[in-house]
Write a protein that binds this ligand. Structure first.
Ligand code: SAM
Ligand code: SF4
Length: 326
């Protein structure tokens, strides 16, 4: 079991399959984003080798992310390989959903359990503006395909941005009245490149909740207020689904964090919002043996930062969000 010096068991690995994306969400990356050449990304066999290694250290939960994970060539085979890895108990994915109408069933057949699909508005024009060219209908079709393929419970992620989609909070939350989905509102976090935009246009979880309650009345607490992963869950009165708030900025959940992240270029990052990283791909390619790599991982996990330093103005500047994966 990999433990950090604060006694947290770190057993949840988020693997970014690529930094490339088929959208350019305004809060995530610039329109003229430059992506890494494929040779710099972990190759399929390298992803599986590192997954096996992490599994031997007690990592049992994997989430695939990106960039956009579904545009990775061989994504279905990669999912199949990861889910067949001894010790891995669950494999999920965070995706923009655009390709799910084609991929949901094959991914499910390959062992994917669940998906989180990002959708910040139901309005086609606003969706286009937020993603710079996306078509919201394709995401809605993707959500339907995910449900049909049994990738459930479907969780929907929304980032709320002042001047773009504040008024979409209510219709998004309203989806949970009739669907057993979990609609999660994520506070926008600052990363390199767009920090001014991210800091000034951020809408807090408290503001979002206020808007929802102004329309639907008081929300009911789910799970006695216990966190579900990083989300605090609520429900509309008589709602079928849940509403989650991920208040990473205003009320961080660092004390219960069990995660590490492997970027698409094979670098282990111990906190989304801290720059500390350990390169695993270079030593793997240089012929390091599994014991050496294991020692690198255990040392890095031991030194996992306690939490982020946004309140003190410590903003991670070495990567944008799409290069880490969320
Ligand atoms: N492309 C996939 C997607 O959009 O779901 C996976 C990668 S994306 C980086 C993962 C999640 O991070 C998405 O839900 C996205 O909305 C969220 N995200 C991106 N930039 C963010 C930011 N600056 N602050 C908070 N969440 C952000
Ligand atoms: Fe792409 Fe996801 Fe970032 Fe949007 S949030 S640009 S879909 S990686």
């Amino acid at each position: 079991m990999a433990k950090d010096r604060f006694g947290r068991n770190i057993h949840y690995l988020r693997i970014s399959l690529t930094d490339h994306c088929n959208l350019r969400c305004v809060y995530c990356m610039p329109e003229d984003m430059t992506f890494r050449p494929n040779a710099e990304l972990m190759q399929d066999e390298e992803i599986l080798t590192l997954t096996r290694l992490f599994a031997t250290l007690g990592f049992d939960k994997i989430r695939l992310t990106g960039g956009e994970p579904t545009i990775r060539k061989n994504v279905v085979d990669i999912v199949r390989g990861i889910s067949a890895t001894e010790g891995i108990r669950s494999v999920s994915m965070t995706t923009n959903g655009l390709l799910l109408s084609r991929l949901a069933q094959p991914l499910s057949d390959a062992g994917l359990e669940r998906v989180n699909i990002s959708i910040d508005t139901l309005d086609p024009e606003k969706f286009k503006r937020l993603t710079r060219w996306g078509k919201v209908n394709e995401v809605l079709e993707g959500i339907e395909a995910a449900e049909e393929a049994g990738l459930t419970p479907v969780k929907l992620n929304a980032v709320v941005v002042t001047g773009y989609n504040e008024s979409d909070v209510v219709p998004l939350a309203g989806l949970t009245a009739k669907h057993a989905w979990q609609v999660r509102f994520i506070e926008m976090m600052p990363f390199a490149g767009a920090t001014e935009f991210q800091l000034t246009q951020m809408v807090t979880a408290a503001q979002i909740r206020e808007q929802i309650e102004a329309t639907y009345g008081p929300l009911e607490i789910v799970n006695g207020g216990k966190l579900d992963g990083e989300a605090r869950l609520f429900r509309l009165q008589n709602g079928l689904g849940d509403i989650g708030f991920i208040s990473s900025v205003t009320s961080p959940f660092c004390s219960s964090c069990t995660r590490a992240r492997l970027t698409s270029d094979g670098v282990l990052r111990l906190c989304l919002l801290r720059e500390n990283e350990i390169d695993l791909l270079t030593p793997l390619r240089a012929g390091a043996n599994l014991e050496e790599l294991r020692a690198l991982i255990l040392d890095a996990v031991w030194d996992k930062p306690w939490g982020h330093g946004l309140q003190e103005g410590a903003i991670p500047l070495n990567r944008v969000m799409s290069e880490i994966g969320g």
